[in-house]
Ligand binder design. Structure first.
Ligand code: DP6
Length: 323
C-alpha cells in the first residue's frame, strides 16, 4: 500500500481565474497550459492501519497548513473505496514552493497518481484529472504532458481535461525569471474568490474566455507562435487586470516583474520568438521558440531584481516512479 509518483508544474497560457462552484472546486472558465520538464514534485504515499491520523511533510518538514487539503484529497479516494486507512504523505519540490510556480498543481497531480497506485484503484487519466481538479484546479492539467486543455462540461457536472498536442510535437522552451522566493501574500484560491466578489470586471473576464480558448487551441493546432503569443499575453494581462480591479486590488507583481515584461516585449519587437506570462505571484515565465531560449535567458538574468533564471522544456504528465 505504498507508491511514489512524480509530476511537473504547468503554466497556463489561457488562465483559470474564478470558480463556478466553490464546494466542488469547479472552475468558472476553461484553461490551456503547457507542462514543464525540469521542475519536479516527487510524492510518496504509504497507507498504514497503524497510523492514528493522516500525516504530511513538504520538503522534509511537517506542513500543518497544507494537511487539510491533502486529507481532502485522500478523502476523495476514501469516498470511492471504503476502508482506506490513514496515510503518510511526503512531498518534495525541486523548486521554491508557493512562489507562483504552481507547486499545488504538480503536488496534487503527483499525489493522486501515487494514491491511485498505492491503493491499486486503477483509475484512468481522465478520472485522475477530475480528482486532481477537485484538489486544485490547475492540478488536473499536470496529469498530462505537453499542451493541455481543461474544458468545462456544458452540463456543469465537471471538467474534461486532456492533451491537445504532445511535447515532442512543438518543443517550446520556458525561461522562468525568479524575482522573489518569498511565499505570496494571497494564494490563488483566496485571490480568485476575492476577485469574483469585488471586481467589476469579472463579468467581462467570464464573457471573453471562450474566444481566448478557441484562439489558443487553434494556435497550438497550427503551431502558430505569433497567434499563441498574442492570446497568451492577452489572457495573462486580463487576469491581472480583473484582479487589480478587485477591492482592495490584488497586485501580485513586483518592480522586477514589470522590468522583465518590458524587456521581453523589446526582444519580441526585435524579432526574437518569445512571449510572457505571469501567474498569481511575481515570477515571469518567458515562453520561447527553441532557438530563442539562450538569448532570452541571458537577457532576463542580467536585469536587476532577477535573482535566478530557470530553464525548462515541455515535459510529460504525472507518473508512478516506484512502488
Ligand atoms: C493564476 O489551481 O492554484 O495559476 O483550484 O483554488 O487550487 P485552486 O487554484 P489554482 O489556481 C491557478 C491560478 C493561476 C492560473 C492557472 O494556472 O490557470
Amino acid at each position: 500500500m505504498h507508491a511514489t509518483a512524480v509530476a511537473h508544474p504547468n503554466i497556463a497560457l489561457v488562465k483559470y481565474w474564478g470558480k463556478a462552484d466553490e464546494s466542488r472546486n469547479l472552475p468558472a472558465v476553461g484553461s490551456i497550459s503547457i507542462t514543464l520538464d525540469t521542475l519536479v514534485t516527487t510524492t510518496s504515499v504509504r497507507f498504514d492501519p497503524a497510523l492514528g491520523e493522516d500525516r504530511f511533510t513538504l520538503d522534509g518538514r511537517p506542513a500543518p497548513d497544507q494537511l487539510e487539503r491533502v486529507r481532502a484529497c485522500l478523502d476523495l479516494f476514501r469516498a470511492r473505496l471504503p476502508g482506506v486507512p490513514h496515510a503518510e504523505v511526503a512531498s518534495v519540490n525541486s523548486f521554491p514552493t508557493a512562489a507562483g510556480l504552481a507547486s499545488s498543481a504538480s503536488g496534487f497531480a503527483a499525489l493522486v497518481v501515487a494514491v491511485d497506485r498505492a491503493l491499486e484503484a486503477g483509475l484512468d487519466r481522465a478520472e485522475l484529472a477530475e480528482l486532481a481538479r477537485q484538489c486544485s484546479g490547475s492540478a488536473a492539467r499536470s496529469i498530462f504532458g505537453g499542451f493541455v486543455e481543461l474544458r468545462l462540461r456544458p452540463d456543469g457536472s465537471g471538467c474534461d481535461t486532456g492533451q491537445i498536442r504532445a511535447a515532442a510535437d512543438w518543443p517550446l522552451q520556458v525561461v522562468v525569471a525568479i524575482t522573489s522566493a518569498e511565499a505570496k501574500a494571497i494564494g490563488s484560491t483566496a485571490g480568485m474568490l476575492h476577485t469574483e466578489r469585488t471586481s467589476p470586471y469579472y463579468p467581462a473576464w467570464l464573457a471573453t474566455s471562450k474566444t481566448d480558448l478557441a484562439a489558443a487551441r487553434q494556435a497550438v493546432e497550427d503551431r502558430d507562435f505569433a497567434a499563441l503569443a498574442a492570446v497568451s499575453e492577452h489572457s495573462c494581462l486580463k487576469m491581472h487586470a480583473v484582479a487589480f480591479a478587485a477591492r482592495p486590488g490584488l497586485l501580485y507583481w513586483n518592480g522586477a516583474t514589470v522590468e522583465c515584461i518590458r524587456r521581453l516585449r523589446e526582444l519580441a519587437s526585435a524579432g526574437v520568438g518569445v512571449f510572457f506570462t505571469v501567474d498569481a505571484g511575481p515570477q515571469v515565465k518567458a515562453i520561447c521558440l527553441p532557438e530563442a531560449g539562450d538569448r532570452v535567458a541571458d537577457a532576463l538574468a542580467e536585469l536587476p531584481g532577477v535573482a535566478k533564471v530557470l530553464r525548462c522544456g515541455l515535459g510529460e504528465g504525472a507518473r508512478v516512479v516506484g512502488v
